[in-house]
Every structure is written in structure tokens, then in C-alpha cells.
Design a protein around this ligand. Structure first.
Ligand SMILES: *Cc1c(COP(=O)(O)O)cnc(C)c1O
Length: 227
């Protein structure tokens, strides 16, 4: 696992130097462990990483439970970054510290129902759809503020901000500029929702210059995923 440590070191180093260059604070690094083993997660934990990202509920639940057996009482926060079906919400709440993919009313309603008994609110990000294709995941851009207002009505959810994935067709700069503007508009209405989850292996340094507070980095750290 020397390579893992080296890649992590390289990515963390490039984040630090970019942040210094931009004169901005360091973001939260979420290492995306999807399609990787619990052994890799354990290795990352040993290297000091505690924020992991997963996109499938069943895989993530199993992995989090296995890691808990291997390293009891570990301090990992599991971030759900993939689309969440309403019938998987109950399972998701067994492991997720944060959900980055809140993208529709039916999911909001289900989360509200299933978190009723919680004493600590669940962290959520509203996922934006940057395309004009309604079939893609995410809230349409023009509905962000009204959707966020509805999230705020649920006391057991803590709205952190916006999440987005740059579209493949466009330059990431163009997408991130749109997201940064929408995030600023959201912040004006809801000051607490000031976090921005953008930036993956291919565009995380660009994301930093658009105000990313959470980077979701997989392959640049973990190597290629095994499907
Ligand atoms: C897989 C995934 C990532 C990480 O992608 P890499 O290109 O491997 O860094 C980030 N965000 C989401 C939503 C993902 O599904």
C-alpha cells in the first residue's frame, strides 16, 4: 500500500500548495472509497483520513460495519455522494454522517420522516443539476432556493450547502462558476448553507479556486476502481 500513501501525500500536497497560492483555507477532503475494499478504507484510516465517500447504500453499509469490526470506535465519517432511492433511506441512515445527494422532494420527505427521532441533525447538501436534462440527478438550478427553503423546514436536517458534479461536455470552469454564483445566492438567503461540495480527481484544483469546501476525490488517491 506504499502507492496509496504516495498518491494521498501527492494529492494532499497539491491541495495545500494551491490553497496557499489562493490564500484560502484548506477544504475537507473526502476520499471516495466506492468499489474499493474495507482493507483500503482501513489503510486510509491508518494514514489519518477520516472522511470517506460512497455512492451505493448496500456497499457502504457493509463496508462501514466491517471497518467498525476491524477498528472499533473509529472516527470515520461516511458521506453518501450517490443518488439515494427512497426505499434505501432507512439503511443509509445507519451509516451516513452526511448526505451530499439530496435532490428531490420525495427524498426530502422520506428523510424528514425517518429522522424524526434523531437528537443530532443529519448534515445534507442539495445536489444541483448543471445540465438541462431533467433526467439527470439534481435539483434544477432555478429551483435551488425554493428547494433549500423546504429543507430548512425540517429541524432534523442541517443544510450545509450545495453539491455538484461538473458535466463531462463542458469545461469545469464554466460549471463551477455557475455553481459558485448559485451558492452565493443561497448563502444570502440562508447564511448557514455556505459549504460547497465540488471537485473530483480531474478538477479538484480548479474547484478550489471556485470556493470548494469539500473535495470528493477517488481515483487520484485510491487508484483505479475495481468493478
Ligand atoms: C465517484 C465519484 C467521485 C470521485 O470520482 P473520481 O473521479 O474517482 O475522483 C466524486 N463524486 C461523485 C458524486 C462520485 O460518484
Amino acid at each position: 500500500m506504499v502507492e496509496l500513501a504516495q498518491r494521498l501525500h501527492q494529492v494532499r500536497g497539491s491541495i495545500t500548495s494551491e490553497c496557499e497560492k489562493l490564500g484560502r483555507p484548506e477544504p475537507t477532503l473526502i476520499v471516495v472509497t466506492k468499489n474499493h475494499s474495507v482493507e483500503l478504507a482501513a489503510e486510509l484510516l491508518k494514514l489519518g483520513e477520516t472522511e470517506f465517500g460512497e455512492n451505493r447504500v448496500q456497499e457502504a453499509l457493509a463496508k462501514s460495519q466491517e471497518l467498525e469490526l476491524a477498528v472499533p470506535g473509529n472516527s470515520v465519517n461516511w458521506n453518501l455522494i450517490g443518488q439515494l432511492q427512497t426505499n434505501k433511506v432507512k439503511q443509509a441512515l445507519q451509516f451516513a454522517a452526511s448526505i451530499h445527494s439530496l435532490d428531490r422532494i420525495s427524498l426530502l420527505d422520506e428523510l424528514a420522516k425517518r429522522t424524526l427521532e434523531r437528537s443530532v441533525p443529519l448534515d445534507v447538501f442539495v445536489q444541483l443539476n448543471l445540465t438541462d436534462d431533467e433526467g439527470r440527478g439534481g435539483v434544477p438550478k432555478h429551483e435551488l432556493l425554493s428547494f433549500a427553503a423546504k429543507v430548512m423546514e425540517v429541524p432534523t436536517l442541517r443544510l450545509r450547502g450545495v453539491m455538484a458534479v461538473a458535466t463531462l461536455e463542458a469545461e469545469p470552469e464554466r460549471d463551477f462558476e455557475v455553481v459558485a454564483k448559485l451558492s452565493a445566492a443561497l448563502r444570502r438567503e440562508i447564511p448557514q448553507a455556505d459549504q460547497l461540495s465540488i471537485g473530483m480527481s480531474g478538477d479538484y484544483l480548479v474547484a478550489l479556486s471556485y470556493g470548494a469546501t469539500h473535495l470528493r476525490i477517488g481515483t487520484a488517491i485510491t487508484g483505479n476502481r475495481t468493478y
